[in-house]
Design a protein around this ligand. Sequence first.
Ligand SMILES: *Cc1c(COP(=O)(O)O)cnc(C)c1O
Length: 363
Amino acid sequence: MKYNRTYNFSAGPAMMPEPVLEEIAGELLNYRGSGMSVMEMSHRSKVFQQIRDEAEADLRALMGIPDQYKVLFVQGGGTLEFAMVPMNLMRNGIACYIETGAWSKKAIAEAKRYGEVRIVASSKDRNFSYIPDCSDLDIPQNADYVYICENETINGTTFYRLPDTKGKPLVSDQSSMFLSRPCDVSKYGLIWAGVQKNVGPAGMAIVIVREDLISEELDERVPTYLRYKTHADSDSLYNTPNCWAIYCCGKVFRYLRDMGGLEVMHQRNQEKAKLLYDFLDSSALFSGAVVPQDRSLMNVPFVTPSKEQDADVVAASKAAGFDNLKGHKSVGGLRASIYNAMPKEGVEALVDFLREYESAHKA
Ligand SMILES: *Cc1c(COP(=O)(O)O)cnc(C)c1O
C-alpha cells in the first residue's frame, strides 16, 4: 500500500487504475515537454489534438468500433444523454423503453418531455431484481428506437442477452459497465456511457453512434450543443471540451489495451464477482438482491435481515478501511461496486471482512 489508498467501493466516481494515476501525476506539471499541464493547454493545440486522437483510436481498437460509427466526447455527464437521445433520435416522436431500475426510470422521465414513450417490458413487479424477457416485445412500426440501461448501477442487474428490437436501433446506457467486457458495437444504434463509473473523472459522456442516426433535420429549437451532429462534425471540439477527462480516459484506454483488452478484463471481472457472489450465496447473514442469472459483474447489492444491521455493517466496514459500501438511498442495504480498477485483492479483503463480521455476530 504505497500511497495508503483505501479500497473504494463507490458506484461513481470510482477507483481508477493506480498505474494510470501515477502516470498522470508524472505528467501533471509539464506534459511531455510542452511546458504546461493538460489542464492549462489550448484545446486547439497540436499537442491536445494528438491526445484526443489517440484516445479515440485506442477506444476504437479496444471495442472494435466499426468505421460507420462516430465516437463523441460530450460534457454534461450521463444525465444529459437522457435528454440528448430523444432530442436527436425521436423523429417519429415515439420510442420504446425497457424499465429495469432507477436509471432507466430517469431516462424514461426525460424522454417523455420529447415524445411518446412505450414501456415495452419492466421488472418493476419484483423490485427490479431481474431482467425481463425481451425476446418478443410489442414494438410499434414507427418506433424510433428501443432503449435499455444495460447495467443498472443501483439495482445490480445486467442484460446478458440483448432485446430483440425487431429491426429498430438499440440505444444502450452502458455507464456502469463500459469496457468491462467485450461488446459487439454493430448490434447497437447508439451506446453511451458517463465515464466516472468505469473509466475516468466525472463530467463527460462518451457516445458511440451509427452515422445514419445523426440527424441534420432537428427541430430548430434544439440547441447547437445538444445536437450529436455538432460534435460529430467537429471531432468533439466544437467548444472547449473537458480536455482533462479526455486525457484521463485516454490513459485508461491505453492501460486496458496494454493489459490485454476487454477479454482479459472480462475474465478478471468474472473472477472478482464470483468471489463475492459465492460468499453471499453461502452466507447465512448476507444475501444478494438479484436473481443469479441477471447479476451484474460491476455492482453487487446485498442485504442483512434488518436495516439496523445493514447500517452496522456499513459502519464496521468503514472502520476496517473500506469505503462507500452503503447501498443507494433509494434501495438501502449495501452495495459493492467492483469496476475494472478494483483489484482482486480488494474483493478478497472485503469477503474476508464480511465473513469475520458474520462469525462474530452469530446468534
Ligand atoms: C451514474 C449513472 C448515470 C448518470 O451519470 P451522471 O454523470 O451522474 O449524470 C446514468 N446512467 C447510469 C447507468 C449510471 O450509473
